[in-house]
Design a protein around this ligand. Structure first.
Ligand code: MN
Length: 507
């Protein structure tokens, strides 16, 4: 990525003044990195330029793009932060500084034996950076993504470490920000390096299966398209193929690829929310739906903000097809997550982010960011925060577990199966009878581990018991359980009283 190319990319997104600042930044960074080379032998500046280009393609604001160009100058060159402040202003300097701090904090955080002061300091810096401005993490994701595409030039050991970090940390973060496409890109690249043999095997499996289904899917697609046209619904239909990494994850649980129903899905994109339900109706009138696979993520979005209707149907030719139905806006969000909201923000007003005290409004389901912001401002004011509060940090003390369907849930380390169940739905938790983790029966009191696939076994007659209080650790689960038990206590009391009454009246 050269200077002329990057400027060309930027032209259709930003105004003239913004472009000329970008140009100044490119010249500045090029000079600062003048004597450095990447492991590939290319000039170092190609890396920050590529990062900036990624940020443009995600629709980020100009300050993020400029910070992308400059993201390595503090860490890798003699440049001082004050120079950046002077030339580009506080906002860009803040972003560059924060990205540098995140890079540094990460190194200190890997070996968290005990809660050392060093780690706590790093963590604080990180939280301040992230909590103040989520753009910092988005820039880090672009940085990581580009580093993954040039991994072949690094020694094996480094490749493995970066690949593992990417799968364990950056992928889940992209997911939490709702950036589905970025998560997929990160996972796909990292998977290839972390386990080349498994990658190849999964790829071959996929290829074999796809050949057949692609043709048959074409038939279904034209049927649906014709019917929707008749109904006068304007739609865009495209096929999406499951990512290799998520297929690999799924095959750990579902051994036979023929039982993976969402290997290929048809994605239907419409104008209005009402149309989503209309399309669902049309699909169900043409084909037989698998009742337990109808998901309304529009009424109940996933924790990361994802919205869509999902349904899996059986066609007359016995083919199982998954459909994902969403509006254009939901689609944008599913692919680009938080980055998409910057894009919308941009369209409304081009002058923004000058006031650091006014964080960009976030969708309600991304509350963890708000919590980070609260903690960050406490830290900034020099107030004490407890270890407990710090537990919500992004990188340590959190685990990611999967539902059998492959949905990701984020829990604190040492969380118990019931914590998971209450996170999924209190109705499910309140009827929990047992658990299966990675296909094995799992006791109530055994903590979950990162990457576990957790299935809640429910029974209609099963009810929460008093001793469950010892079997939950998250505040969420505790509250839900407490409110159930309290409610139930009342009912019991009422039943007891009425029993007494019945007994008496029988006398
Ligand atoms: Mn970098």
């Amino acid at each position: 990525m050269g200077k002329a190319e990057l400027i060309e990319q930027a032209k259709s997104h930003y105004n003239e003044a913004e472009i000329s600042t970008l140009e100044v930044a490119i010249n500045f960074a090029t000079k600062a990195h003048a004597n450095q080379k990447r492991a590939s032998g290319e000039k170092f500046i190609t890396h920050p330029m590529a990062v900036a280009n990624i940020l443009i393609s995600w629709g980020m604001d100009i300050d993020s793009v400029i910070a992308g160009v400059m993201h390595d100058v503090i860490e890798d060159t003699e440049t001082e932060l004050d120079q950046i402040k002077e030339l580009f202003g506080n906002d860009i300097a803040f972003l560059v500084d924060s990205v540098t701090k995140v890079s540094k904090a990460r190194t200190g955080m890997r070996d968290l034996g005990d809660y050392s002061q060093q780690t706590k300091d790093n963590l604080s810096k990180l939280l301040i950076a992230v909590g103040q401005d989520i753009r910092v993490i988005i820039i880090k994701l672009a940085d990581r993504l580009h580093n993954l595409t040039t991994l072949q030039y690094l020694p094996k050991e480094k490749q493995t470490k970066i690949a593992r970090d990417s799968l364990e940390i950056f992928g889940p973060i992209a997911d939490r920000l709702g950036m589905g496409r970025v998560r997929m890109e990160i996972e796909e690249l990292a998977f290839k390096y972390l386990d080349p043999a498994e990658f190849k095997r999964t790829q071959n499996l996929m290829k074999k299966r796809l050949g057949k289904s692609a043709r048959r899917l074409g038939v279904v697609r034209s049927e649906i398209e014709a019917e929707l046209k008749k109904q006068g619904v304007l739609v865009e239909i495209n096929g999406r193929v499951k990512s290799l990494y998520s297929l690999y994850q799924k095959l750990k649980k579902v051994k036979d690829i023929n039982n993976v129903y969402d290997l290929m899905a048809l994605r239907i994109i419409v104008d209005k929310k009402e149309d989503c339900y209309l399309v669902l109706g049309v699909i169900h009138s043409l084909y037989k739906p698998m009742i337990n696979r109808i998901k309304d993520y529009i009424a109940t979005p996933k924790p990361n903000g994802y919205q869509s209707l999902h349904t899996t149907v059986l066609t007359p030719s016995e083919q199982i097809v998954e459909f994902q139905i969403r509006t254009q806006q939901m689609h944008e969000f599913a692919e680009r997550g938080l980055a998409a909201s910057f894009h919308y923000h941009e369209q409304k007003s081009s002058k923004n982010y000058t006031d650091r005290n006014q964080p960009t409004a976030l969708p309600a389901n991304l509350q963890w960011i708000t919590r980070l912001q609260e903690i960050a401002s406490r830290l900034k004011e020099g107030k004490e925060i407890s270890k407990d509060q710090l537990n919500i940090d992004l990188f340590q003390n959190r685990i990611f577990v999967y539902s059998p369907k492959g949905d990701i849930y984020n829990l604190p380390e040492n969380a118990l199966p019931l914590d998971f169940a209450y996170l999924v739905h209190s109705d499910i938790a309140n009827h929990a009878y047992g658990f299966r983790v990675n296909n094995k029966i799992h006791p109530f009191d055994k903590p979950l581990k990162n990457g576990d696939i957790v299935e809640v076994i429910t029974r209609q007659m099963s009810r929460p018991k008093q001793d469950w209080k010892e079997l939950v650790m998250t505040t969420h689960a505790k509250n839900k359980l407490r409110s159930y038990l309290r409610q139930n206590d009342k009912i019991n009391t009422v039943t007891k009283i009425s029993n007494i009454f019945i007994k008496r009246s029988k006398k």
